[in-house]
Design a protein around this ligand. Sequence first.
Ligand SMILES: Nc1ncnc2c1ncn2[C@@H]1O[C@H](COP(=O)(O)OP(=O)(O)OP(=O)(O)O)[C@@H](O)[C@H]1O
Ligand SMILES: [Mg+2]
Length: 321
Amino acid sequence: MKRPVAATVPEEQPGCGITASGLHFLAAEPRVAGLGAETTDLVKAVAGAWAGPSAPRVRLLPPVLPYAELDQQATSGLAFPIGVAEADLRPVVLDFATEPNFVVFGDAECGKSSFLRALATSIVNRFSPEQARVILVDYRRSLIGTIETAHLIGYGTAAPHTTELIESAAGYLQGRLPGPEVTPAELRSRSWWTGPELFVLVDDYDLVAGGPSNPLWALEEHLPHARDVGLHLVLARRSGGAGRTSYEPIIQRLRELSTAGLVMSGAPEEGPLVDQVKAGPLPPGRGRLVTRREAYAWCSWPTCRPGDGVRDRHRAVRENR
Ligand SMILES: Nc1ncnc2c1ncn2[C@@H]1O[C@H](COP(=O)(O)OP(=O)(O)OP(=O)(O)O)[C@@H](O)[C@H]1O
Ligand SMILES: [Mg+2]
């Protein structure tokens, strides 16, 4: 709207405004004689007088979604249910076969670690250690106890050990790079190597990248062909200061590769965090999922306590079910 025209709208007169073309308007107030001034009074009176069938209630995202309510059987392979969508309350699936890497941005206490815990739990529940291995990089130890099986090949809580872990993993992935003898058909089916998928889950990435050298550096060269070598890098980062990390090499490379991500609660002033999506205030466990396929979808994902689900699975294995 044009500022000079907007300035002419009378103050303290409810209902006054200007239209997009700069004309003044006065909004009519829906009020029935004999009823209170509140809109809710009108709505109540109308609802009370209506004897026919009522419209179905608008279904909203639940405030809390227990991890056990996610139907893990509905998908297979690298496609994991991560939450439910606002549009239809159906499961939101993240397919690491098509979107090999993933980023999560959000302010303090918005549920970043909880997201990583739920993902780690799903990986461990679905795959054997021969099929999938996980490296956790978690300087604040928020994910401790999440994986207690042979799936976990390393837990980096400080730079020197993390660097060692990542360099060793990167060296291992080097052996999976396709040579000139690999045919296009083999490339498509990824049949020139066998072994576990490697998930590198990094919490509080701002702390990890904040040191003098980035312990994840060795993975950078594998990011463009992550799918081919079975690598999945999942970074969770504070959204505060995220705009300034555009030049940080790992984030920059992930951006160039149009990596999918979740934008959780945060300040819009940080600018676009994943593709063109900026953060805004949201309750914990809510965010916007940005993928090439889904475009932008609101979704909610489960809370996950350490060990959720894994224990049940172990019990089932013990009891031979
Ligand atoms: N999916 C969720 N649904 C509802 N509430 C959640 C969800 N995830 C987390 N929470 C709530 O938010 C709190 C913070 O969760 P979490 O530690 O995962 O957030 P965080 O973003 O990792 O926080 P920090 O900034 O401290 O690292 C939890 O104690 C929980 O109460
Ligand atoms: Mg956390």
